[in-house]
Structures are given as C-alpha cells and as structure tokens.
Write a protein that binds this ligand. Structure first.
Ligand SMILES: NC(=O)c1ccc[n+]([C@@H]2O[C@H](COP(=O)([O-])OP(=O)(O)OC[C@H]3O[C@@H](n4cnc5c(N)ncnc54)[C@H](OP(=O)(O)O)[C@@H]3O)[C@@H](O)[C@H]2O)c1
Length: 335
C-alpha cells in the first residue's frame, strides 16, 4: 500500500510557501501492538500549526516538527486495521496525525470518534463541529460574554473561526456583527453570503476611520484571531467594559519583528478585558456545545463554509494560501 506524504522540507521564513514542503511516496509498514492504521479522508489546515515549524519551537509534550518528516496536522480518517482496544475497524476518528494518505496512530495518539448521532460528514468535525466552531462558540460565550444587542467585531472574519464567529454571534443575538477581511471580494462574500452586517478591508486605507463608520455604537466584543497591529485601532473604539476574547495571533506567527498596540491604556480607561483562551480547556463541555451547533446547522442559522482542495499533495499550497488570505471559510484538503 503506497502512502503519499507531505514532508517539512525546510523551515518557513516568515510566511510559509509551498516550496517549504515536499511530496514523497512510501510503502506503508505493517502495524505493531498498540497501533492502528488510518485511511485519512480530510486534512485540516490550521494557521496555529505554523508555530511548531520553527527550530526549537514547542515543548516536551509537543516538540517542533522535524525536518524531512511528515507535517503534523488535524486529520479525519477511517480505521482500516487496529491493534488498539480504543479504535474499532471502520470507525471514523479525528485527531492530530500527519499530512499523508495513511497514518499509523501509536499508543500515545489521542483520536476521538466523530459523533454519529448528528449524522454529519467527517469534514464538519474539522469545521464548525470541530475546533473551529467550538473556538468561536466558547470564545464568544465563555470569554466574550456576548449579550443580545451588542456590537461584535471579528478579525480574520472570512477564515475558519472568523466566519463561524460571525454566524454564531448573530445566532446569539448580537445587534451588529462587523468583520475585518483582507480583500474586497472576501468582504462582499461575508456581507452577501455569511451574514455580516458590515466589513472592513483592513488592507485598504484608514482602519481607524473605517471602524468608526462600521461600528457607530462602539465595539462591545472584539473576537481577535490575528493580534498584531489591528488591535491598536480597535482599542480606540471599545466601549465601557468591552471584552476581547483573544483566540489567536495569525499576524504574529509569521512576523519577523514585534508588533502590537501602543494604546493598551484604553483597556484601563474603559475597564476592558483582553483574555486568551485554548478551546480544549472546555473539552468536557464539547458534546453540549455540539448539540447547540448541530441545532443551528439544522435550522440554517449556521453553515459550514469551506475552501476545499483535492489531493494530499495540495497541502503545502493550501497552507501558503491560508497566510495570504486565499481561503474563504475553513481551509481543508480532501485526501
Ligand atoms: N485558541 C484556540 O484554541 C484556537 C483554536 C483554533 C484556532 N485558533 C486560532 O484562530 C485563528 C484563526 O484560525 P483559522 O484556522 O480560522 O485560520 P483562518 O482564519 O482560516 O486563516 C487565517 C486568516 O487570517 C488572515 N490573516 C493572515 N495574516 C493576517 C494578518 N497579518 N493580519 C490580519 N489577518 C491576517 C487571512 O485572511 P484575510 O484575507 O482576512 O487576510 C487568513 O485567511 C488563528 O490565530 C488560530 O491559531 C485558536
């Protein structure tokens, strides 16, 4: 059985490019005791994994990715053979594996079965029913404490977490939902298709003035996916006791020099709160959250938007596109 794998050929300098990765073919070896063979179906492209591509990154639990080894990523796949009690042949599972057509899940690899009760395809468990949707959901509710009628502003609004955050914000009753995106096309898509009330192309002109126009009542919750320099103009428009759920810092993952706001005092003056979070801290509550998300999917208030690529060999290009803003929705590769 031939395995097509995408290796980390060199460490990206700043933004990753397709040439940082290399496609190879290898024979799949037989599984050993405590292992299972997975046939991968979908691979999720996640900006956060860029953090493990640098020399010396990570920690003892999850060290930096090794050169000339398959790239680590979130994967949904079917169990083909199993020597593990917790993995049944035929079961579809989601977990951290590699950019490849077949993966061997070892004893330490934690994979979770997709919940068949929802009768949804596996790709959704990498999208709105997976980390993506759950990050938007918990970030808005547990950290953002979003209340009906409030103004919600979202960065990387056209990305995976961002488009879900806008839709979930609406479902939770936000009065106005505004998003940052990096092109006019993406802004139009967010307003016409996803349901954002207004958008700001952060690459075009005076961002501060654009926020003032798009958020005439100020910003109550800023769901931040990017960090970097965008936070500064946003802080100029936050309301009293505004909340900033800090989900990720995609601008900083590739920055070659430090960036960030010079006006953090606005948080003091407006009694605001900026709080980072890791979604997996709420793992015990995933099923309850998925019940809600599945309800919104079935009544149409939530959609799973995807930028889908065909073939595992497209992973490198898809990852490059992610940092160039090429994805409208969740970037995913159908293996
Ligand atoms: N805390 C958690 O547990 C958790 C879980 C999942 C994801 N995350 C984080 O959530 C964030 C979004 O992840 P995602 O998977 O949904 O990625 P994504 O939004 O689908 O893709 C990244 C998007 O960021 C935008 N972007 C890239 N560079 C930028 C810059 N310098 N300034 C502003 N925008 C920039 C691009 O869109 P434009 O066209 O708008 O430029 C791009 O499409 C990431 O920071 C990720 O690490 C956190």
């Amino acid at each position: 059985m031939i395995n097509t794998q995408v290796l980390l050929a060199r460490r990206p300098q700043g933004k990753p490019v397709a040439e940082d990765f290399r496609v190879v073919e290898n024979e799949v070896r037989p599984i050993r005791e405590g292992e299972a063979l997975m046939e991968n179906q979908f691979i999720s492209l996640d900006a956060g994994f860029r953090n493990w591509m640098d020399e010396g990154a990570g920690d003892d639990v999850l060290p930096a990715m090794a050169l000339e080894e398959p790239v680590m990523g979130l994967v949904a796949g079917k169990v083909l053979e199993s020597n593990r009690d917790d993995m049944r042949v035929g079961e579809v599972l989601v977990g951290r594996l590699f950019w490849e057509t077949y993966s061997i899940a070892g004893p330490g690899d934690l994979l979770t079965p997709i919940q068949e009760k929802y009768k949804l395809s596996a790709n959704l468990f990498l999208g709105v029913m997976g980390d993506t949707g759950l990050s938007a959901y918990f970030g808005l509710i547990r950290v953002g404490n979003l209340k009906p009628g409030e103004t919600l502003l979202v960065s990387a609004a056209g990305g995976a977490v961002g488009n879900a955050a806008g839709q979930i914000g609406k479902a939770l009753g936000a009065g106005r939902v505004v998003g940052f995106a990096g092109s006019d096309d993406k802004c139009r898509w967010l307003e016409n298709e996803v349901g954002y009330d207004a958008t700001i192309n952060y690459k075009a002109g005076d961002v501060d003035a654009a926020i003032a126009r798009a958020c005439p009542d100020g910003v109550d919750v800023y769901f931040d996916n990017v960090g970097g320099d965008l936070l500064e103009p946003v802080l100029n428009h936050i309301n009293y006791q505004a909340r900033i759920p800090f989900c990720g810092a995609v601008a900083d993952y590739t920055a070659t020099e430090g960036s960030g706001p010079s006006n953090l005092f606005r948080l003091v003056a407006d009694c605001g709160r900026l709080e980072g979070f890791m979604t997996h801290y709420w793992m015990d509550d995933y099923e309850a959250a998925r019940d809600v998300l599945a309800g919104w999917l079935s009544d149409g208030s939530l959609k799973n938007y995807e930028a889908r690529y065909q073939g595992v060999e497209k992973c490198g290009q898809a990852f490059e596109d992610l940092f160039e803003g090429g994805n409208f929705g969740k970037a995913i590769v159908e293996v």
